[in-house]
Design a protein around this ligand. Sequence first.
Ligand SMILES: Nc1ncnc2c1ncn2[C@@H]1O[C@H](COP(=O)(O)OP(=O)(O)OP(=O)(O)O)[C@@H](O)[C@H]1O
Ligand SMILES: [Mg+2]
Length: 259
Amino acid sequence: MNDPGASARDAERAAAAGLAAETVVAPAAPAPAAIEARGLRKTYTEEDGSELTVLDGVEVRVAPGEAVAIIGASGAGKSTLLHLLGGLDRPTAGAVLLDGHDLATLPEKELAALRNRRIGFVFQFHHLLREFSALENVMIPQLIAGTDPAAAAERARELLDAVGLGRRLTHRPSELSGGEQQRVAVARALANRPVVLLADEPSGNLDSHTSEQLHDLFFRLRAEHGVAMVLATHNRELADRADRILLVKDCQLRSFYPA
Ligand SMILES: Nc1ncnc2c1ncn2[C@@H]1O[C@H](COP(=O)(O)OP(=O)(O)OP(=O)(O)O)[C@@H](O)[C@H]1O
Ligand SMILES: [Mg+2]
């Protein structure tokens, strides 16, 4: 029934609670996710034909600018999950939603383009191109995206400067330390201003001091670029710096912190 006094009473109640009337009336719209997975299952078929299910019914929603750590025993499925989130592999069932697309079903060419523009990857072993300099390694994803070479070089210089490698631009990976190589990989991952950065054991190959510097870099860049981060790690110090920690166990993803 339409009660003309109702909205006035709502406003009074809201005022009494110290709230604006709109706060009570307007339904809260869910904030759009940077990346989201629904009902993910991954089953590998072994050479002998037997099946190995690694993930089953995994749900995750990462907000823009949020940092989520993924922990779990070796072999639990952390890398598998990151590969699915990044469209590097396809789930057996379920959806991965990014920019209104489902990466699980997107044709390969469009998937590659979306990955290039919207997702940054950092792996345990940097996977830099050996024949190219630090500057070129950071330029390449931009050139693939169609950025003008001069603008790509400029952005690569800025990013390498930001990760403390402004004086190593012409060094090839073999002429850089492990920590420096990993910082080039972080600069490369951010080159196309992705919405989400996926890092798989990014400090797994570094000593504790260099790891800490790399972790500082991640969180500084997150603050500056607003990029969401999903970090698979065995490093407790890194996991503890995330906004949330999720645990992969028994094919499921559960909240670990906050519990
Ligand atoms: N391509 C594949 N084919 C078959 N099995 C696979 C494949 N890739 C991974 N697996 C299996 O899936 C399980 C999960 O592997 P995954 O690499 O995701 O684990 P993880 O949690 O990242 O482990 P780690 O901490 O050691 O990196 C493992 O048992 C692994 O042997
Ligand atoms: Mg792994």
